[in-house]
Design a protein around this ligand. Structure first.
Ligand code: DC
Length: 216
């Protein structure tokens, strides 16, 4: 194995990317970077500031004043840990909207490339293998059926005590898939050289083992 290497994990919402990436990062002793959390943090800030995401001037001004980082697994927005605040259905929608905006993608991709240039990382998102690290040493495209992904997301949010409707979660996932796959800028797609892993019916350990096999 090379001294510095990047593992790119892409796939649709709820396919298990972050759970798997976290476990693989711990197993290999490398950093995990959740790029979806970065889009969520921007979505949260846009919402909190009450600006219109279509107002490019306001969006750029807000981005100029925005700092996003990870510390010990926490996502830090302008010096404040926002882990839980960004995991609501409302912010999921906002993250999807801001992720279609060029100034947002440009800024976040720059930060992501800087993070992955200094040390080995496992990074998950939608465009890691196709755009952020086209030359990543390992690329995995993680999928699962819409039903399985809706089941998992529902369970996760209920366990966190959030008041959510299953049908809503299901249709939100479909809407986000549509938006992620059809947007103009860096849409979600499998890189030609990525290994596709369908996790429907597999448990976490089985998927982690499959990823470890690919990396070994
Ligand atoms: O993986 P997630 O659900 O936390 O991602 C939140 C949103 O950000 C989702 O709509 C897709 C978008 N995203 C993106 O466009 N590019 C990435 N690299 C990661 C996420």
């Amino acid at each position: 194995m090379k001294e510095i290497f990047r593992i790119a994990i892409d796939g649709p919402s709820g396919a298990g990317k972050s759970t798997i990436a976290k476990a693989v990062a711990a197993g290999l002793g490398i950093d995990y970077i959740d790029t979806g959390a970065m889009y969520r943090a921007v979505g949260y800030k846009v919402k909190d500031a009450g600006i219109d995401a279509d107002d490019e001037g306001a969006l750029k001004a807000l981005l100029d004043e925005t700092e996003i980082d990870f510390k010990q697994g926490d996502i830090i927005l302008d010096g404040v840990v926002v882990n839980d605040k960004i995991r609501t259905p409302e912010i999921s929608k906002m993250a999807s909207i801001v992720s279609t905006k060029e100034p947002v993608r440009a800024k976040l991709v720059d930060i992501q490339r800087a993070m992955g240039s200094r040390k080995s990382v496992i990074m998950d998102g939608r465009d890691i293998g196709t755009n952020v690290f086209k030359d990543a040493e390992y690329k995995i495209f993680l999928t699962a059926s819409v039903k399985e992904r809706a089941d998992r997301r529902y369970k996760e949010l209920i366990e966190k005590g959030q008041d959510v409707e299953y049908e809503q979660i299901y249709s939100d996932i479909e809407a986000r898939d549509y938006s992620d796959c059809t947007r103009k800028l860096n849409p979600l797609r499998k890189a030609d050289d990525a290994v596709e892993l369908d996790t429907t019916g597999l448990n976490i350990d089985q998927v982690v083992e499959k990823v470890m096999e690919i990396v070994r």
